[in-house]
Design a protein. Structure first.
Length: 134
């Protein structure tokens, strides 16, 4: 993990983002059922898992970006299993896993293209000294 002054805040933000993705994937209700899904649904999957991957890649060294992607995709698998086992109104679909994987790939591509480690850059812009000074 990068040496960040606000490490706990960045991690907490990632946990919150993960919880939002999980809750949004499991919540039943008329709002979800009334949306015209298909492509919109798959785009939401890609955005959600791409965002998770890029968020956590922002907290890690470049050599660990792939771990962020693997864990994000693993969460997507777990959510699909939970949808099949715990809900009657949400469907587990292999197409969702493809969309999740696409999002992870986009998140990783953005991280490797220069957006990874973004948290350190944000702290520099805010002129926050790293832990331990300097």
């Amino acid at each position: 993990m990068l040496n960040l002054a606000y490490r706990r805040a960045w991690i907490s933000g990632g946990v919150l983002l993960s919880a939002i993705v999980v809750a949004g994937s499991l919540v039943p209700g008329p709002l979800i059922e009334s949306l015209p899904l298909t492509l919109w649904d798959k785009a939401l999957h890609a955005v959600a898992y791409g965002s998770l991957t890029l968020w956590f890649a922002g907290l890690l060294e470049r050599s660990r970006y792939l771990i962020a992607g693997i864990l994000s995709f693993g969460l997507g698998i777990a959510v699909e299993v939970a949808q099949a086992a715990l809900t009657e109104t949400r469907l587990a679909e292999s197409a969702d896993l493809v969309a999740n994987g696409t999002g992870v790939a986009i998140g990783l591509a953005l991280a490797y293209a220069g957006l990874g480690g973004w948290a350190r850059q944000v702290e520099r812009w805010l002129r926050v000294p790293p832990p331990g000074g300097r």
